[in-house]
Design a binder for this molecule. Structure first.
Ligand SMILES: Nc1ncnc2c1ncn2[C@@H]1O[C@H](COP(=O)(O)O)[C@@H](OP(=O)(O)O)[C@H]1O
Ligand SMILES: [Mg+2]
Ligand SMILES: [Mg+2]
Ligand SMILES: [Mg+2]
Length: 351
């Protein structure tokens, strides 16, 4: 099987166009509406999903898309004209790529395009997994968020592209430039480039990135989410204690955590379940997990099993541990020593 470089290039162009749209929304009006499950969604999520699905299906018309959002709230809350205005403004700015990405010019086609993201996923065929804004809560706070797109074949992620408009180039140096575009292609590697630089071909203007395996476990830099409802910070603290890591974690929203790990700015990303029944969405992890894999790291569920992206719209496993290869086994061993080999004691930490 060849490498999916054309898919990667279209994904990069589409993610970049969508990311710029989200930045404009962030500047102009940060307002969310509440979805059925009470989680927030914004004009930025809808606009980004429309742009990316339109671009993907223009180039690969037979493919399916598993996208997070649908158009119901656009109609209910009358958001269509606002979304259209943002899409038209970004298309005007990025018109050089209209031939490759296509354009959207009315509310009905925006809604129809967003609703093409309802694939059930699965183990067969060419399927894209899209999170138009991952970390919507971070986006609304003005913190980290990411635009995430993955391409899968027969349930295996082949390409992952993540736009991170607010991520410092060096996580340890807050004064460094912000804004990155991360790309992973299975068998080829993981790459980083400045979000503002031109995308001439997948890896022009970009740097190959690697995880940093040089630190001892006790010195490892740990990443966790910001939202206490999305992962168990209590269990994460116990695991850190168990492996003797004393430093404070860096809390970041979204898949920028995978990006920071992949480029060697951190060693461990802990995501322990807050709810034993919760199953992670594939769009929350598909792109990021390939990025870490291709940069030499390891990603698994909390028991050390590989994530299965062919199961459907969700994974059929609990939590995520992403880390350098040198630290992974010890973390999984420590988790099992706390929650039991099969998670017998997990429930007592999930309230
Ligand atoms: N109970 C839960 N457990 C784990 N993840 C959850 C969750 N409820 C929501 N999420 C997911 O957490 C994602 C954000 O991750 P993080 O906390 O690392 O920033 C959300 O993505 P969206 O913001 O795209 O909806 C959402 O899908
Ligand atoms: Mg959401
Ligand atoms: Mg998400
Ligand atoms: Mg989202």
């Amino acid at each position: 099987m060849g490498s999916y470089l054309k898919e990667a290039h279209i994904a990069q162009l589409a993610v970049k166009r969508a990311t710029i749209l989200t930045q404009k929304v962030a500047l102009e009006h940060l307002k969310g509406v509440s979805k059925e499950d009470k989680s927030p969604v914004t004009i930025g999520d809808f606009g980004a999903q429309a742009i990316i699905i339109n671009s993907v299906l223009k180039n690969f018309p037979g493919d399916e898309v598993v996208g997070e959002e649908d158009s119901e709230l656009i109609k209910e809350k009358n958001l269509g004209d606002d979304i259209l205005a943002h899409i038209e403004s970004i298309q005007k700015e990025d018109s050089a790529h209209d031939n490759e990405l296509g354009v959207l010019s009315d509310v009905k086609s925006i809604c129809d395009t967003i609703d093409k993201g309802q694939s059930k996923g699965g183990r067969k065929g060419r399927i894209w997994a899209l999170d138009p804004i991952d970390g919507t809560k971070g986006f609304l706070r003005g913190d980290q968020y990411a635009v995430c797109l993955a391409f899968m074949v027969d349930g295996v992620v082949q390409v992952g592209v993540i736009g991170c408009p607010n991520l410092p180039h060096d996580l340890g140096d807050p004064s460094s430039h912000v804004g990155g575009l991360f790309t992973a292609v299975r068998g080829v590697g993981s790459y980083f480039q400045d979000l503002k630089d031109d995308l001439i071909y997948p890896f022009t203007n970009s740097t190959k990135i690697h995880v940093d395996n040089s630190r001892a476990l006790e010195q490892a830099r740990v990443l966790e989410g910001v939202e206490k409802g999305h992962s168990s910070h209590e269990l994460q603290a116990l695991i850190k204690k168990g492996v003797n890591i004393q430093s404070k974690s860096v809390n970041l929203d979204s898949q920028v955590k995978y990006c920071a790990l992949a480029k060697g700015d951190a060693e461990i990303y802990l995501r322990l379940p807050k709810d034993v029944k919760y199953r992670e969405k594939i769009w929350d992890h598909a792109a990021g997990s390939l990025l870490v894999h291709e940069s030499g790291g390891k990603v698994s569920d909390i028991y050390g099993n590989e994530l299965d992206f062919g199961h459907g719209r969700t994974l059929n496993s609990q939590g995520v541990i992403a880390s350098t290869t040198t630290t992974h086994d010890k973390i999984i061993g420590t988790i099992k020593s706390i929650i039991g080999e099969k998670g017998e004691k997990l429930e007592q930490y999930c309230k």
